[in-house]
Design a protein around this ligand. Structure first.
Ligand SMILES: Nc1ncnc2c1ncn2[C@@H]1O[C@H](COP(=O)(O)OP(=O)(O)O)[C@@H](O)[C@H]1O
Ligand SMILES: [Mg+2]
Length: 257
């Protein structure tokens, strides 16, 4: 525990929760400067609701989301995925369009789309947590998703592309079994690759389900094939892998003549 944590813990014990929350959100502002006002409010609400204690630091800066790590009130580490509301491209568009009364609602609509991404990731994780070693989802509120932290001390488990497979044959079978497990639950990841698999000490963890969709989506089969293609491409650097039709057949249970 660093001194900041110790400070917060003391404050908590003294029952100065209100004060701590104020300081907590101020720390966020100063430390990272990346939270817009509404995201700060959402973080504040999550703290009030007892779902979050502190945000400690940033783990990853992505195009659509940033991932932070922090602590839940029970002392466990959590990953905090914050979908960007203020994407630069949108800001540019928005400057031009906001004064037009016909589009006064557009900011709200844009936010709704971003929120929907978060909800979708949460829903997918919720659906799969029983079957696959995905990060356990805790809560989604607006553009902030809180989930189990896959890693320790603020260090996330490495992506498969960095760590490499430990046992390529076995890891390939494992990842394909995840694809099959998702398919059985009617879900396709739609962005599966060595980037979105974390290598834990015991398991491979599939992550990043914001694009995940249901099999009844007309694009689902195409996504499924692309996912398998990615897995196949990656592992073929290490081992010989079966052809696409065989792998697809293994996942869907469909016979290929
Ligand atoms: N639950 C988690 N636990 C630990 N680290 C995570 C977790 N979720 C994401 N990360 C870290 O953040 C990175 C980006 O997360 P990801 O969900 O793939 O978002 P995106 O690719 O859209 O930026 C991951 O590669 C990983 O390093
Ligand atoms: Mg990713």
């Amino acid at each position: 525990m660093n001194s900041v944590d110790k400070f917060y813990e003391r404050e908590f014990k003294k029952g100065l929760k209100q004060e701590k929350m104020r300081k907590g959100t101020e720390t966020l502002k100063v430390r990272d400067g990346v939270f817009d006002k509404s995201t700060l409010m959402t973080l504040y609400d999550l703290i009030k609701a007892g779902k979050l204690d502190t945000v400690q630091g940033i783990v990853s800066t992505g195009k659509e989301a940033n991932v932070f790590w922090g602590y839940a009130p029970d002392g466990k580490e959590v990953a905090i995925k914050i979908y960007r509301i203020s994407a630069a491209t949108f800001r540019n568009m928005w400057q031009y369009i906001v004064q037009d009364p016909r589009f006064s609602d557009i900011k709200k609509q844009y936010r709704q789309v971003v929120f929907a991404w978060g909800r979708r990731e949460f829903k997918n994780l919720k659906r799969l947590e029983e079957y696959l070693p995905v990060p356990k989802p805790h809560i989604i509120l607006n553009n902030v998703l809180i989930m189990e932290f896959l890693g320790e001390g603020g260090i996330a488990y490495p992506q498969l592309r960095i760590a490499g497979p430990d046992d390529p044959e076995k890891d390939f079978r494992t990842v394909m079994s995840y694809v099959k497990g998702m398919y059985k639950e009617g879900i396709v990841h739609a962005d599966l690759s060595e980037y979105n698999i974390l290598v834990g000490p015991k398991k491979l963890h599939p992550i990043d389900y914001s694009q995940g969709t249901v099999m009844r989506n007309p694009m689902a089969r195409q996504f499924l094939i692309r996912d398998i293609e990615n897995v196949k491409r990656y592992f073929s650097k290490f081992i010989e892998v079966p052809d696409m039709d065989i792998l697809l057949g293994q996942v869907t249970g469909e016979k290929n003549e």
